[in-house]
Design a protein around this ligand. Structure first.
Ligand code: NAD
Ligand code: MG
Length: 396
């Protein structure tokens, strides 16, 4: 790895973006911020621009450029402001950039992340929805353009760390791997009486016991749709079959995932639940750098517990596994429906249990045509969203 690395952060104002800048700020000799993007939170973006002085910053539209210019005044310095989807694509594929942190939430991250892939960048993938939406096409593009894909989602980063260094994509036999163990805490409702699920509020669903995250992933964690999306993400990142991935509930979030080998060995990656660890690992890979995360205090780790997820409690997880088995159209549909349903829940239009109803009904009503190019994936995503909106209208 050659330092300094020029970094582009898609979604800099979010939870992952902020943690990425925190790690970068600890290593000014190793990482330079070339570009940042932020959809809202312009005051926060302005602060980041003043601190990191990037060459480019990308916002939603021309009006946001105007507003950000006003906030920055003379402190805009050398930063050029761009906007819209094209701005995101331009910074993700700029020739000066070595490494792109993909941390936009949801389907909006797909095209800029793919632009980084087709430009052969090193990609730190936090935006799991991009991979869920486009799976094989995404991985084929990574191989074709010789991009380097490093998982940032803590579970997948853990598995990446637990695999042998000569692991060949999809070849579990050559490495003597039995299966992957994907851990999940079970979120804030792991023990909530089932009858109360339809009454939970967005604030309760967002209050994750171990991790501090953006709103959408917090809701997904509470419904365990997050683990469902991660199941699909693991399948594509490592080339495994559905039968080779097991979900394990581990409420303490100390083990971030594991690899079970055929000789009975299990290799686990552990650490405090702080995304700066996988981010630092991705930024410096194959080296190690300080991340700001403190060491695990084993004297205080009195109990690590494990159990299997319950279908009645977490139907979204099982719906996602079923969709993964059905194929690309189903996972694209599920991702789109879930984004619409989570948004409707946050707006008070549907209750928490109805997120699963919307996802399930959209999957039942949507066709399963084969999606072979990015345009067909985007069309399928759009028609799935329309279906999900119709279903919500009928429900309320
Ligand atoms: P967040 O909501 O805190 O931040 C999202 C970022 O994306 C913000 O910068 C926002 O401005 C930007 N954004 C939102 N909509 C956009 C749009 N339409 N166009 C362009 N930019 C847009 O989310 P987060 O928690 O940081 O998560 C980001 C991604 O990382 C998600 O895909 C999530 O699943 C994944 N992830 C997050 C965590 C975590 O701990 N937060 C862990 C693992 C994976
Ligand atoms: Mg995760």
């Amino acid at each position: 790895m050659q330092y300094p690395q020029q970094i582009c952060i898609l979604g800099a104002t979010g939870s992952i973006g902020t943690s990425t800048l925190d790690v970068i700020s600890r290593h000014p000799d190793k990482f330079k911020v070339f570009a940042l993007s932020g959809m809202n939170q312009l005051t926060k973006l302005a602060e980041q621009i003043r601190t990191f002085v990037p060459n480019y910053a990308v916002v939603k539209d021309a009006a946001a450029v105007k507003e950000l210019k006003q906030i920055l005044g003379a402190s805009i310095g050398k930063t050029t402001l761009l906007h819209s989807k094209q701005g995101l694509i331009d910074i993700a594929s700029a020739s000066e950039v070595d490494c792109v942190m993909s941390a936009i939430v949801g389907a909006a991250g797909l095209l800029p992340t793919l632009a980084a892939v087709t430009s052969g960048k090193r990609i730190l993938l936090a935006n799991k929805e991009a991979l869920v939406m486009s799976g094989e096409l995404f991985i084929n593009a990574v191989n074709k353009h010789k991009a380097q894909l490093i998982p940032i989602d803590s579970e997948h980063n853990a598995i990446f760390q637990c695999l042998p260094s000569d692991f060949i994509y999809g070849d579990k036999q050559a490495s003597g791997i039995s299966h992957l163990l994907l851990t999940g805490s079970g979120g804030p409702f792991r023990e909530l009486p089932l009858a109360q699920f339809s009454h939970v509020t967005p604030a309760q669903a967002c209050a994750h016991p171990n991790w501090s995250m953006g709103q959408k992933i917090s809701i997904d964690s509470a419904s365990m749709m997050n683990k469902g999306l991660e199941f699909i993400e693991a399948k594509w990142l490592f080339g495994f079959n559905e039968d080779d991935i097991e979900v394990v509930i581990h409420p303490q979030s100390t083990i971030h995932s594991m690899v079970q080998y055929v000789d009975g060995s299990v290799i686990a990656q552990m650490g405090n639940p702080d995304m700066r660890t996988p981010i630092a690992h991705g930024l410096a890979y194959p080296n190690r750098i300080e991340s700001g995360v403190g060491p695990l205090n084993f004297a205080q780790l009195s109990n690590l517990s494990f159990s299997t997820p319950c279908k009645k409690r977490f139907p979204n997880l099982f719906l996602a596994i079923q969709a993964s088995k059905s194929g690309q159209a189903a996972t694209t549909t599920l991702n789109a429906a879930n984004e619409v349903a989570v948004d409707a829940f946050l707006q008070g239009k549907v209750n928490f249990s109805q997120i699963n109803t919307v996802n399930d009904m959209t999957l039942q009503k949507q066709n399963t045509s084969s999606l072979t190019c990015i345009d067909s994936i985007i069309e399928h995503d759009a028609s799935s969203r329309i279906l999900a909106h119709q279903i919500i209208k009928e429900l309320v």
